[in-house]
Design a protein around this ligand. Sequence first.
Ligand code: SF4
Length: 338
Amino acid sequence: MGRRGNVAVFVPHVGCPCQCSFCDQRAITGQAAPPTPEDVARAARTAARSLGGGVREAEIAFFGGSFTAIDRVYMESLLQAGAMSVKEYGFSGIRVSTRPDALGGDLLPLLRSYGVTAVELGAQSMDDRVLALNKRGHTAAQTEDAARRVKAMGFELGLQMMTGLYGDSDAGALHTAERLLALSPDTARIYPTVVLPGTELARLYSQGAYSPQTLEEAVALCARLLPLWEGAGVKLLRVGLHAEPGVECRALAGPYHPAFRQLVESRIFLNRLLAELERLGPGQYEIHVKPSGLSTAQGQKKSNIKALALLGYQVIFMQDGSVGPGGCRILQEGKGTI
Ligand code: SF4
């Protein structure tokens, strides 16, 4: 099961018309059998039993390469199984993830007829040069067209973008985020690019033609991207690759971290706190934060405390139930609350 108890059904590479530079689905496909309608029904039944009333918050989610580009009969058999599980157990709907160029013809009406409620598009970049370099096989205009049609038909729209793609830059990723936000998505996912064996990127990396982002670069960039999405009211379903067994050992290089999102949220907190403290000047401070936000505020291995100390701010964090989520109250030694 996935996030929020979603029934996550992984449909491997079978529908992909191309081979994106970073993707190792082709290497993985064949190691695991594609899911059958019975697998979907079984997973839904198991999830419904363990979720109880929570089933109404969960979805049947078809993830993987390009759900709407797989064989039509096979796709409809999976959708049928999903639709029957929604009816039988009361899941909130069906989510599919696909390529922007795989939603033509009657596909959107077909998805609707099976009760699909959310469509996620793998946009990855909105720069045609970067898309071509990474062999995505679609353009930014196709992403815009697909996103508008998804919205117009009343589906929840999800958009996925990547950072650190071959040929991309921080400015490029920020531009991608701006163009994607203009499409008014409901949800988003941000994935830093990781080099996996057997991929085009691995070849470029071994030749010295591609340098992945460092973890620090990816965290710093995502700490600029997240506030853009969240400020626009977009729900970020994921930041960083899934912490699934195997990614860590498979990755040849790149900014993989099992708690990537927390690193980013800690950095955002640090950036905001620093902006306040710079106004006040170096000194000793007590920073009150919501108890559940303490570890994010301090940073992993107290990295925020150490970074602040290097800049002349001696900081102690205190748990305070009266402080709102993500916020803080600053007390300066000898001056009280600021
Ligand atoms: S469309 Fe998705 S699954 Fe298919 S090759 Fe590209 S990244 Fe991989």
